[in-house]
Design a protein around this ligand. Sequence first.
Ligand code: SAH
Length: 374
Amino acid sequence: MSTARPTGAPAPGQLTFVAPRRAKPARHLADLTMAERRAVVAELGEKPFRADQLSRHYFERLNGDPELMTDLPAASRERFTAALFPRLLTSVREQTTDGGTTRKTLWRLFDGALVESVLMRYSDRTTMCVSSQAGCGMNCPFCATGQAGLTRNMSTAEIVEQVVAGARALAANEVPGGPGRVGNVVFMGMGEPLANYKAVVGAVRRLVEPAPHGLGISARGVTVSTVGLVPAIGRLAGEGLPVTLAVSLHAPDDELRDTLVPINTRWKVAEVLDAAWGYAAATRRRVSIEYALIKDVNDQEWRADLLGRLIKNKLVHVNLIPLNPTPGSKWTASRPEDERAFVRRLEFHGVPVTVRDTRGREIDGACGQLAAAE
Ligand code: SAH
């Protein structure tokens, strides 16, 4: 027997069962705007200026532990720890290569989910490659992260904390080359950043806002890489955040791209490129086209030619990535001569092109393989 009852209104005396909801990571200072931080601090019965003080500790001194903030009253420290500084990331494993200047960290999140970030120090700059989701739902067959599916979105602070951890290691002179700073952040770790739009845009704001609001990294140094979620690209163009957009194209024709980047069945090459040109027009930023060269799959000269014709005379740059083969995959990187021919073909069309260095290859840098192996 069933009786009609408005949903959500239990009968008097009836036990109610709340559907189990996946717990979310706890709120952290880095999730919040300065105004929101002040509100939380006020709720705790503390003076509003404490929000600025905490922010300076976190974003300028990279100190995330109120117990070490000796200019705070001892009684307040515990309150701030509980309300604004939960432990979000725990390092599970570190791998280094290139004499210690490439460093990959596997992180465990509060609920056991695993993500990774990579610090890459070059002679003139340091780049942090960060994850935006635990796993990924985009299912690209050549990508290790894609194979395991999506576990969950990361919070703004979980994303920011990866950068802060890198910044801390650099400031503490733990990375060969002397004390340094993070100048570049690329959303090329695990996940599809534009499928976790709100948290990612929040994280970008925290990265680029000047201290003590945020880390004060130049927006020009931030790159958001996407499979091509067209509506989200349009939205990002309107955020007033001139970050670099990277589009993972990997094929210039829909027939092949449908298989390499399955979301292409939803938004076609032409629509993705249109969105990219719209982004370039709105931000005046050169769009980067990512193209993983896969031997005998997408590396034919005619495809380079087609790509060149599609993107010539645009505010664009092509980044060719030698495929980093995932375990068990039948695919491998292109032959050197095919790679060279591909480059030449694009250059023929006047398209600026570079081949990404294979830094971190020995530690499966930035392709989800460490987390996948765990
Ligand atoms: N979801 C975002 C960010 C992911 S990874 C995106 O797709 O853009 C960043 C880049 O690494 C993407 O261009 C992705 O296609 C590429 N990539 C993933 N697996 C790779 C592999 N095994 N070898 C080379 N590039 C790979």
